[in-house]
Design a protein around this ligand. Structure first.
Ligand code: F6P
Length: 357
């Protein structure tokens, strides 16, 4: 058997731990060959296809490295591929041909919902045997309690809050931390809870600026000279707009809500405010132990599925166990923060405000 493995979509910490587990299980456990495809489906578009045959020696010690040794991209959907001359063309047949040229028996795709939707379409069209491994710092994939990269992103955001805490206290300031998460508030919620935030703003819970400012003023009256506010990047402005900008490639990206909230707080309460936008720091660095453990569990289980001939499935983490679910359900089951989530109740129980009451 020859298995392909690729990383697709935005990178995150823990991808190399997954790649290592796939290689060790496939080679040592089953005697399979593993081809690491370069840069998601881009590698299958190249001629000859771009890949590295991976042996246990190639993945020695990589579990602690950030990024992905295979490289990745979150652009270049083969079904609507942007060409250098500005045309958008369907190159899916070329990608499918790349899989055939490498004589792969199965493909393990490490990605998020966007990547899985594309890989699944390719698998259906090209008759590929596909298994998915969930990764996304946003943790918004259905049917898995955690995806690779989320725990490390939360660690980084928590550490940022820990550091902001003391500089905020020294200067009597309100510190606003803008975190990633795309359309979901999981990072903001978990890091805000772990890092002692006073206010957490997430897209799933509409806020009122009066309530946010009242929380800060009440804290001041109670003798707390500083406050920490965590804002998820997709939270809307007080007037209901999404704070974005268009990059040089014409893509719309979230940015700026932290500054908007900080300015509103300063204007309404007179507090001195400062903003930190964490950005891609949340995706880099060495993975925390949980992402390494998940990486190992997911990689081993994915190869076991291949060995059992079980395809079109995604490995998942449920009730402290690695399981597998239909890939289609995982893609369809997008998971944002439930306003009734036990962690939201926990945060409220600590007196953390979501700006809504
Ligand atoms: O989906 C992961 C993520 O890091 C989001 O949290 C963020 O909005 C986006 O990717 C940033 O994408 P890019 O790497 O293209 O800037």
């Amino acid at each position: 058997m020859r298995i392909g493995v690729l990383t697709s979509g935005g990178d995150c910490a823990g991808l190399n731990a997954v790649i290592r587990a796939v290689v060790l299980r496939a080679v040592r456990g089953y005697g399979f060959e593993v081809y690491g495809i370069h840069e998601a489906t881009e590698g299958l578009l190249r001629r000859p296809p771009a890949y590295t045959a991976l042996t246990p020696r190639d993945v020695h010690g990589i579990y602690l490295q950030g990024g992905t040794i295979l490289r990745t991209t979150n652009r270049g959907n083969p079904f609507a591929y942007p060409m250098p001359d500005g045309r958008v063309v369907d190159r899916s047949d070329e990608v499918i041909e790349g899989y055939r040229m490498l004589e792969l028996d199965a493909l393990i795709g490490i990605g998020g919902d966007g990547s899985f939707a594309i890989l699944r379409r390719l698998a259906q069209k090209g008759g590929w045997n596909l298994v998915g491994i969930p990764k996304t710092i946003d943790n918004d994939l259905g049917h898995t309690e955690s995806a690779i990269g989320f725990a490390t992103a939360v660690q980084v955001a928590t550490e940022a809050l820990d550091r902001l805490h003391f500089t905020a206290a020294s200067h009597n300031r309100v510190m606003v931390l803008e975190v990633m998460g795309r359309d979901a508030g999981h990072i903001a919620l978990a890091a805000g809870l772990a890092g002692g935030a006073d206010v957490i703003l997430i897209p799933e819970i509409p806020y009122d600026m009066d309530v946010v400012c009242r929380t800060i003023e009440e804290r001041r009256r109670a003798g707390n000279n500083f406050s920490l506010v965590v804002v998820a990047e997709s939270v809307k402005t007080p007037s209901g707009e999404i704070s974005t900008y268009r990059d040089a490639h014409g893509q719309i990206r979230y940015r700026g809500i932290g500054q908007v909230i900080a300015d509103e707080i300063a204007f309404r309460t007179g507090a001195e405010t400062r903003v930190t936008v964490l950005g891609h720091v949340q995706r880099g660095g060495s993975p925390v132990p949980l992402d390494r453990v998940l990486g190992a569990a997911f990689g081993v289980h994915a190869v076991d599925l291949v060995a059992q001939g079980k395809f079109d499935r995604m490995v998942a983490w449920q009730n402290r166990r690695v399981v597998d679910v239909p890939l289609e359900e995982a893609i369809r089951g997008y998971r944002s923060v439930d306003p009734d989530d036990p962690l939201v109740h926990t945060a409220r129980g600590l007196g953390i405000s979501f700006g809504d009451r």
